[in-house]
Design a protein around this ligand. Structure first.
Ligand SMILES: [Fe+2]
Length: 354
């Protein structure tokens, strides 16, 4: 399979993974041929990219750090937790811990697998898939830092629930297209404190997890909010969550801009090490990310276009690329795979997402 922006999709392509909604229901199944009506449906759902397969890419699997079932269930639990809070029933700590436990278990078992893009998201379900992604990325960072399971659990619950305060923000402001007024921006900035209050009112949620919600917009250099804390005034777990939060936001579509390719987002995060973020934590975070995820389509410096099929941890920016189009933009018919770690003259010039 390979990853493609929805706007570049052509009818007749085959969907390579099922598309789920946040209730865990399949909206479109894997293997269906994308005729116009399905493409219209994807547009309606505001899915920004999808995985398709064709003859040259059908054997490429995008390894996810967690199983598809686990991800789908985690997203639907995240949604249920939010719905319960909206109904005034408070935070379902047992549910949050159960989800986190499953993720911690699976991530500990899959140590060594790097985070690839893997979920296809619909715009409506952003908050829930974002929570799960931030949770997964935070736990992976914790594992890199050598955290034991108890710490991973507190970190994971905090990461999963870091944005719950948004429930109490006016959705018209939260989902506004275009620039926010000063007042609106101030309103949104209340969500860390609102989330903290929600979480700490439940004695079954650890206070450290509650602090992830409270402090995830604080920045290492003191430029964040709500309190302008800096360096070790910010709890380490909250610092980890803030890196994962920014990374996942950059690599997702937002109302005002397109999702950024991973390598660009990683460049921004790395550059912010020492200012917005602690550099050691940035290192632990970046360590787990596939800069050119498997399934992404890239242009090499010799103008050949191909799909990333394999990556090694040692040479993350020099993956194995299967060529799809030659330097004259002609589709290739035979299988050519170039291991960039062994071809020093070749490098990835660009991610093309088509
Ligand atoms: Fe937030």
């Amino acid at each position: 399979m390979r990853r493609i922006l929805l706007e570049n999709i052509a009818s007749g392509m085959k969907l390579a993974k099922p598309l789920y909604n946040a209730d865990g229901m399949i909206l479109l199944n894997a293997g269906i041929e994308l005729q116009d009506r399905f493409i219209d449906r994807l547009k309606e759902l505001d899915v920004s990219y999808i995985y398709v397969e064709d003859d040259l890419t059908q054997d490429i699997d995008v390894p996810d750090v967690i199983g598809e079932k686990t991800r789908v269930e985690a997203v639907s639990s995240a949604k249920k937790i939010v719905e319960q809070i909206k109904l005034g029933r408070g935070v379902d700590a047992a549910q949050a811990k159960k989800v986190t436990n499953t993720l911690v278990d699976e991530l500990c078992r899959n140590k060594g697998v790097m985070a690839n893009f893997s979920d296809m998201r619909t715009r409506n379900d952003y908050l829930f898939s974002h929570s799960v992604n931030v949770c997964v990325l935070s736990i992976m960072t914790g594992i890199s830092l050598g955290f034991d399971e108890l710490r991973l659990q507190d970190l994971g619950v905090g990461a999963l629930l870091h944005d719950v305060g948004k429930i109490e923000i006016n959705p018209d402001i939260l989902n506004k297209n275009g620039r926010l007024t000063v007042e609106e921006a101030e309103e949104i900035k209340k969500h860390p404190s609102l989330g903290f209050n929600l979480l700490r009112s439940n004695p079954d949620i650890s206070l450290i997890s509650a602090h992830c919600a409270f402090q995830h917009h604080e920045r290492y250099d003191g430029s964040g909010y709500p309190r302008g804390l800096k360096e070790d005034q910010i709890h380490q777990y909250a610092q980890i969550v803030s890196i994962a939060d920014v990374y996942d936001a950059l690599t997702s579509d937002a109302t005002y801009r397109r999702a950024m390719p991973v390598y660009e987002a990683i460049a921004i995060i790395t550059k912010a090490g020492g200012s917005y973020f602690d550099s050691e934590l940035v290192k632990a975070f970046v360590d787990n990310i596939a800069i050119y995820p498997i399934g992404s389509v890239v242009r090499l410096n010799n103008n050949q276009i191909g799909v990333v099929v394999d990556i090694s941890r040692e040479f993350k920016s020099r993956p194995v690329v299967r060529i799809l189009f030659d330097e004259h933009k002609q589709p290739v018919t035979k299988l050519i795979e170039l291991d960039l770690s062994k071809n020093p003259r070749l490098y990835i010039a660009d991610v093309v997402e088509r």
